[in-house]
Write a protein that binds this ligand. Structure first.
Ligand code: PLP
Length: 385
């Protein structure tokens, strides 16, 4: 089927929620993608931080194939080993409590929202400006962006939005607060690192009133910033966190991970999902989590990220570079449009990146990238000047 055929099918049958680029990808390996005509692309978006271990990592593929031939699905009415091993591994790698597995990032945040409301019935959830927590109703209600929220009102009540200012956050937290929900590094709105002061103020405010501090590590977790979880570099430990994206090594999975305090808030019947923690995806996630926990890989994320950030700063059209590890963005010089630059990168240079807004281009390469891949990406970006 040609690209034109696919576009005709899309026009006729796909609800138009995506503005797709005119490229059909058919194969991936490591940092590389190939289109239907056999052209090779350098992928510095990694499926929006999903392919942290690279495309089709052989160990992920082997785990999927092996499990797929034995048992695809059983539901959570019964025991399956991969899900429980994954839960143990996730809890041990982070907050030490318990885990609810689900199928996506938004669902992980829905679980977190329900959990903190269950712990403090009727409680408010404080979020900050520029946050993105997903598209389902609870997660959308926690995503204070006019364009995304307004067409879908009324939203879930009980969300309080504050500026990214420690004093404002501190003032918004009261004994009515169930939780403060934050991305330590905001991804969808252009890689904005929340300040250490803000994170510490959130921790102190939650402690003051007995509310839960919840970190959304869906984009910034799984080794993306040079530690398995982004919060490890802040010294601020949340009461719960959500993970998804890279957790499945390329397949859809999400997780809510708690610390001790919130571990037994949910009781049987409070929450659930038919497909959650299915054996195939949990097997893939066990491998992805092991690979992303490798200290050598994590150390490389730091050095590669520094090399890439230094190169990005030299680009003639880059006004500022932001980010941590291999979660990076550039703000463009006045007059340079990010959507246009991302499109040119894809179609002229076969480099996959994306625009998070009119003036910001985001880079989320696979963590298995080599220094040569970084240099090649920089050369392709320079060629766009
Ligand atoms: N939270 C963050 C920080 C995200 O970046 C995203 C997706 O981009 C989500 C939640 C929603 O995840 P999903 O698209 O898997 O529902």
């Amino acid at each position: 089927m040609s690209l034109a055929d696919l576009q005709a099918l899309e026009r006729a049958f796909a609800i138009p929620t995506y503005a797709r680029y005119p490229v059909e990808f058919v194969r991936g390996s490591g940092c590389r993608l190939w289109d239907a005509e056999g052209n090779e692309y350098l992928d510095f978006l990694a499926g929006i931080s999903v392919l942290n271990v690279g495309h089709c990592h052989p160990r992920v593929v082997a785990a999927v194939c092996e499990q797929a031939g034995r048992l695809l699905h059983a539901t959570n009415l019964y025991y399956t080993e991969p899900a429980l091993r994954l839960s143990a591994r996730l809890a041990e790698s982070s907050l030490g409590g318990k885990v609810f597995l689900c199928n996506s990032g938004a669902e992980a945040n829905e679980a977190a929202i329900k959990l903190v409301r269950r712990a403090r019935p009727g409680g408010e959830i404080v979020v900050v400006k520029d946050a993105f927590h997903g598209r389902t109703y609870g997660a959308l209600s926690a995503t204070p962006q006019e364009a995304k929220q307004a067409p879908f009102a009324p939203l879930v009540p009980g969300f309080v939005v504050v500026p990214k200012d420690p004093a404002a956050l501190e003032a918004a937290v009261s004994d009515r607060t169930a939780a403060v929900l934050l991305e330590p590094i905001q991804g969808e709105t252009g890689i904005n690192i929340l300040s250490q002061e803000l994170l510490e103020a959130a921790r102190a405010a939650c402690d003051r009133v007995g509310a839960a501090l919840v970190f959304d590590e869906i984009q910034c977790g799984m080794g993306r910033t040079g530690t398995l979880w982004a919060y490890e570099q802040t010294g601020v430990v949340p009461d719960a966190m959500t993970s998804a994206k890279a957790l499945g090594g390329g397949l859809p999975i999400g997780a809510l991970v708690t610390g001790e305090r919130l571990a037994d808030v949910f009781q049987p019947g409070d929450h659930g999902s038919t497909f959650a923690g299915g054996p195939v995806i949990a097997s893939a996630a066990l491998v992805a989590l092991e690979l992303c926990s490798d200290p050598e890989l994590l150390a490389r994320v730091g050095t590669l990220g520094a090399r890439f950030a230094a190169g990005l700063a030299e680009l003639p059209y880059a006004a500022a570079v932001r980010g941590r590890g291999l979660m990076l963005a550039i703000d463009l010089a006045p007059g340079v449009l990010a959507p246009k630059l991302a499109r040119r990168a894809l179609l002229e240079q076969r480099l996959v990146v994306n625009a998070t807004g009119p003036g910001t281009v985001r880079f989320l390469p696979p963590l298995v990238a080599e220094p040569g891949d970084v240099d090649e990406a920089l050369a392709r970006l320079e060629a766009l000047a």
